[in-house]
Design a protein around this ligand. Sequence first.
Ligand code: SAH
Ligand code: SF4
Length: 370
Amino acid sequence: MTTSDLTINPTPAARPLRRPRPVTIYDLPFEQLESRLADLGAPAYRAQQIFDWTYGRQVTGYDGMLNVPADLRASLAESLPFSTMKLVREMVTDDGETYKLLYQTFDNQIVETVLMLYPDRATVCVSCQVGCAVGCAFCATGLGGLTRNLTAGEMVQQTIDAARRAGELGRNLTNLVMMGMGEPLQNYAPTMTFIGIINDARGMSFGARRITISTSGIVPRIEALASEPYQVNLAVSLHAPNDELRSQLVPINDRWPVPVLMKACDEYIAKTGRRISFEYALMKGINSSDEIARELGELLRGRLCHVNVIPFNPVDVLEFERPDHESINRFAGILEEAGIPTTVRYSRGVEIAAACGQLRNRHEQEQQAS
Ligand code: SAH
Ligand code: SF4
């Protein structure tokens, strides 16, 4: 396997600024774009033209919008920046099948996005926050707490850039997982706006059923999600079948313990008719014993669900370890025997960044060192 690291003009990291976040074209749902255009004295049909260029042709600026008058393009460029995140680094690994994109935001934050190519699909892993307030014991993103929420536009830009990159590689972006940095259900409204924008049939028309939101278990928001119009998939990061262990790994378990979380999941399944995926980061000597596998099987028995066992991705400063192959397969086998559909998912891009959030941490350390 080869890893190439293409550094694209990185700017030194600075302290976060508390500036108002610029609104970009990617922040605006269709109707809001229409009213912006009305403010500029442009006819409503321009909104569709601009959506076509932005989400259909995926141009990178107003200059490429050939059927939009030059004076309107100039006014838009002045009042509504096209995008604010700058790609500062791109890394390719897994024999050219995983692309990790590192962005710098307008306030000098670092954001990670990953594009993963599989034989039958191409998936983007989107970040929704810089850092994360949940602080799971095994996660690189949560190490420094939450710096800030990302805007809907910053999430849209990650998606469009990944779609464009997939296109350049002769592939279609087919799936989206909110499994990058951050907890989407703690940045709820922008995440829903983001989904609304990429799902809009007048633009990208990215199917909600191809989107997965992953959560550490923010119960009131799981309830809210069940009432949303979008048929997105839900993944719940369980990691342990009981409160004693889960509270050590996922601190918000003290607030919404396993029985409360399971009740919310049951209600979600009943209301939506959709299956839930339970994510389970498998860590040697922590949550990987036969006994725990059986307990997990008991907990999930009879539920419309699926388990994704994710062998732990090493994180530089954390001491957790990945179990060996035999133990991983054994754990999954016990769940299968208990009647729980189970998949072992090895994370992509381990050699370039290990766990999500870690590339950002390394990049910031490098910037500080230089
Ligand atoms: N905050 C959300 C989504 C982002 S994390 C959540 O926690 O669900 C995406 C998934 O990666 C979660 O299941 C998370 O628990 C898992 N994860 C985080 N760090 C990991 C690591 N070092 N190894 C394996 N999985 C990890
Ligand atoms: Fe946050 Fe998810 Fe990482 Fe936990 S696993 S710290 S919720 S990003």
